[in-house]
Design a protein around this ligand. Structure first.
Ligand SMILES: NC(=O)c1ccc[n+]([C@@H]2O[C@H](COP(=O)([O-])OP(=O)(O)OC[C@H]3O[C@@H](n4cnc5c(N)ncnc54)[C@H](OP(=O)(O)O)[C@@H]3O)[C@@H](O)[C@H]2O)c1
Length: 244
């Protein structure tokens, strides 16, 4: 897809991968609408990137998703690209009764929200030139790490869903991408880290971004990035390695 001249809504734009996409697309001459819950960060982004638009939304709240979609369509009718990026990553111990609220929140944020928000915006995208829907899944969509089973299951589901979405939109001009990041050094999983200063590990965000932008510019609709390629190619054979 063209990586300039678009109007792009990015969820989870206040940190990590979403922030990197927001900065990169802004610098390439796109109108970016950055979405997140943390107003202080959104305000800082408006100062850092003059012309960037921001929207406060808890995407785990269905009513807020409906309001966001209506607001964005009326305020930015030129919207032609949506990046479903926001996500959370929790640890779930399946050997005992789960914290159901936590499980539901992870599924709502990582799976229900992209389905619902995407479906609210896709009819608008279908009427726009050079439209794209970009879902951010994970290498863990292909092989789970067992201590975060719900997270991995949401990403496997998002992978499956993106294939169906692409098929259903095949007769429209909307390109449907899946970008599957490898372990990337962001704030993801911050809540579960014992040492709050500890790095998440993984590749630098800049390295992820460079490869992801190349995939997007090259219309690589299903794009595992870095180590995610091995996980997609080898599938279940990688399970023992990932969980040793
Ligand atoms: N980092 C990795 O290793 C990795 C690997 C594979 C896939 N991914 C995927 O990449 C995406 C981005 O993750 P990241 O690594 O950049 O993590 P991150 O730094 O923790 O960023 C997550 C973003 O999601 C937003 N968010 C979370 N819950 C939200 C909610 N209820 N409503 C609105 N926004 C919400 C956060 O914004 P607010 O807190 O301001 O709302 C934040 O901007 C996720 O889907 C993640 O699963 C990451």
């Amino acid at each position: 897809m063209n990586t300039t001249g678009n109007t792009i809504l990015i969820t989870g734009a206040t940190s990590g991968i979403g922030y990197a996409f927001a900065a990169e697309f802004h610098n390439r001459g796109n109108r970016v609408i950055a979405v997140g819950r943390r107003c202080d960060r959104l305000d800082a982004m408006k100062r850092e990137f003059p012309g960037m638009a921001t929207e406060v939304c808890d995407i785990a709240d269905a009513a807020q998703r409906v309001d966001l979609a209506a607001r964005v369509i009326s305020t930015y009718p030129e919207l032609n690209v949506v990046i479903n990026n926001a996500g959370i990553q929790l640890v779930t111990d399946l050997t005992k009764p789960v914290d159901l609220a936590a499980v539901m929140s992870e599924i709502e944020t990582n799976l229900t929200a992209p389905i619902h928000l995407g479906s609210l915006l896709v009819p608008h995208l279908a009427g726009r030139a050079h439209a794209a829907l970009i879902n951010i899944s994970s290498g863990l969509a292909f092989v789970p790490i067992a201590f975060m089973p719900v997270y991995c299951a949401t990403k496997a589901a998002l992978h499956s869903l993106t294939m169906s979405w692409r098929y259903q939109l095949r007769n429209t001009g909307v390109k449907v991408f899946e970008i599957a990041p490898p372990s990337t050094d962001t704030e993801l999983g911050y809540q579960r880290r014992t040492d709050k200063k500890e790095s998440h590990g993984g590749i630098p965000v800049a390295e992820f971004l460079a490869e992801a932008m190349e995939a997007i510019a090259g219309d690589e609709l299903e794009a595992p990035i870095g180590q995610s390629k091995h996980l997609r190619e080898k599938g279940a054979a990688m399970f023992p390695f990932m969980n040793k």
